[in-house]
Design a protein around this ligand. Structure first.
Ligand SMILES: CSC[C@@H](O)[C@@H](O)C(=O)COP(=O)(O)O
Length: 369
């Protein structure tokens, strides 16, 4: 993504070649600031506090967290401790467990003296692969947008609704749900995006709007409750969202509120697509509702809002009645039956065991592979 005339990935190495730089997403859209991570503890805290967020970027950051740990101490004990520390940061996005599992498999058999170098190169590979996967998702999703555009009057705008942030900022580059939108815009297809604000942390209003704006894609931020109304009035041609964990049967965990959008889309005959790279598939699960762990985050994210105050400072204010309790489940599960299709790096498939097995025959029925 180009920001201020410069191309940025969301994670990269500092000029010293070992520290890890990320964009502080808690400061966006008001401040573009980077944070330099120099320990596994700092990487874990960046994930926990959502300086970095989004399933693929969480995985990439954890991989570099292991590299930072191996540079400090490449012993077996330090490796196990780093994997445990980073693995405990956030529970829902399976990319975290996937990336740490991969780092562990690569590093454990090695002589400790070789671990740091190998950890950095494996983390870099995970990042490069993520960029390629997202680019492919974009190309397959572009086909879907093209076919929806073809059903409309010549030159008519395709209106796409998205929830949360599943763009460049949630991945290493391009994004999942937003990659097809960027490619469609670049290909000259007129697209307009309805951006759900995505309470309580407002990833839509703050992050999706920021990056769509940076890329020049026309968009409108809406309150989370507006999507159903817009669908009833024919203002939404399709929905595309990302996912933090998709079961082998096509159930989809994503940011809280996604399920309600899927219900509204189903009721109104609006196609509801989920874009995902294969590391987001949890091949060991078949029942998303019962088996996917849902992160419960701080009540303060519900009771307080943060934003740019008139004095130019980013401030937090309370919006909930003092003394009231607040609950904050951060994700929900959309059953496969409400999903029109899964857009993956290998193509688009039905959200079902058969659909996923058709695209990934080597993985289907092999949860531990
Ligand atoms: C490619 S990103 C898919 C999901 O990770 C994204 O939609 C999402 O729910 C992010 O949640 P977050 O809590 O901001 O990490």
């Amino acid at each position: 993504m180009r920001i201020n005339g410069q191309h940025y990935r969301t994670i990269w190495l500092a000029p010293d070649g070992w520290r890890v730089c990320v964009i502080d997403q808690t400061r966006l859209p008001f401040r573009f600031e980077t944070v330099t991570l120099s320990s596994a503890e700092a990487a874990a805290e960046a994930i926990r506090s959502m300086i970095v967020r989004g399933a693929p970027l969480i995985g990439a950051t954890a991989a570099y967290g292991v590299a930072l740990a191996m540079r400090a101490d490449p012993s077996d004990t330090a490796l196990d401790e780093a994997l445990t520390l980073l693995g405990a940061t956030r529970p829902t996005a399976v990319n975290l467990r996937w990336a740490l599992g991969r780092m562990g498999r690569v590093l454990k058999p090695l002589d400790p003296g070789r671990r740091a170098e190998m950890a950095y190169s494996e983390a870099a590979l995970i990042c490069d692969e993520d960029v390629a996967l997202c680019r492919s998702i974009g190309e397959h999703g572009l086909g879907v947008i093209r076919s929806i555009a073809a059903e409309k009057a010549e030159g008519a705008t395709v209106n796409i609704l998205t929830h949360c942030n599943a763009g460049w900022l949630a991945t290493v580059d391009w994004g999942t749900a937003l990659a097809p939108i960027y490619l469609a815009h670049d290909a000259g297809i007129p697209v307009h995006v309805w951006v759900d604000e995505t309470r309580p942390r407002n990833q839509g209003a703050a992050l999706t709007a920021y990056e769509l704006g940076a890329h020049g894609v026309p968009h409108t931020v809406i309150a989370d409750n507006a999507g159903g109304h817009l669908m009833q009035h024919g203002e939404v041609d399709m929905v595309i969202v990302g996912t933090d964990r998709t079961t082998a049967t096509g159930d989809v965990a994503n940011k809280i509120g996604t399920y309600l959008k899927a219900l509204a889309a189903h009721d109104n005959g609006v196609p509801f697509y989920v874009a995902l790279p294969s590391p987001t598939i949890d091949w060991s699960l078949s029942d998303g509702l019962r088996e996917i762990p849902i992160e419960e985050r701080s009540a303060r994210e519900v009771t307080h809002l943060s934003g740019l105050a008139e004095d130019g400072e980013v401030r937090s204010i309370r919006v909930v009645a003092p003394g009231s309790n607040a609950a904050n489940p951060a994700f929900d599960v959309t059953p496969a039956r409400l999903v029109t299709g899964l857009i993956t790096e290998r193509g688009v498939c039905e959200a079902s065991a058969a659909g996923l097995a058709g695209l990934f025959p080597e993985r289907a029925g092999r949860p531990q592979a």
